[in-house]
Design a protein around this ligand. Structure first.
Ligand code: UDP
Length: 137
């Protein structure tokens, strides 16, 4: 079994569609082994997205991610990392496949409703950034 890290981003939590996204996660066969609603500070968002610090969208992205609460989750499934990225769809919703979370719910390339780890090392860093071992069940 593999674990990955997921976020329901502020644009989705603000529109009260977290439940619809969680339904898709459960219907796709993921076990939610950790979940909490938190409000990121700007500096916590910057630490999370550290790898993107040289990208032109970094500041706007960190402001967006800290403007209102998010739901952070650890998802478990065989091949969870790739499976969650497939369910999310492409970063830009204009390029996302039908049935994906970003196609159905994302507002634009920045406010795209969900985050998912892109590799095992990233998943390990991101899970430990938000959860301790006692919070994963
Ligand atoms: N993003 C953005 N503008 C861009 C590309 C990305 O605002 O041109 C934001 C978007 O919210 C995206 C996040 O930065 O989800 C991280 O970008 P990445 O390329 O890692 O995409 P992801 O792995 O989330 O699909």
């Amino acid at each position: 079994m593999e674990r990955t890290f997921a976020i329901i981003k502020p644009d989705a939590v603000e529109r009260n569609i977290s439940g619809k996204i969680i339904s898709k996660i459960e219907e796709a066969g993921f076990k939610i082994v950790g979940m909490k609603k938190i409000q990121l500070s700007k500096s916590q968002a910057e630490g999370f997205y550290y790898v993107h610090k040289e990208r032109p969208f970094f500041n706007d992205l960190c402001s967006f991610m800290s403007r209102s609460p998010v739901i952070v989750m650890v998802l478990e499934k065989e091949g969870a990392i790739a499976a969650w990225r497939t369910l999310m769809g492409a970063t830009n919703p204009a390029n996302a496949e039908p049935g994906t979370i970003r196609k159905e719910f994302a507002k634009n390339i920045e406010e795209n409703s969900s985050h998912g780890s892109d590799a095992p090392e990233t998943a390990a860093f991101e899970i430990s950034y938000f959860f301790n071992a006692f919070e994963l069940v």
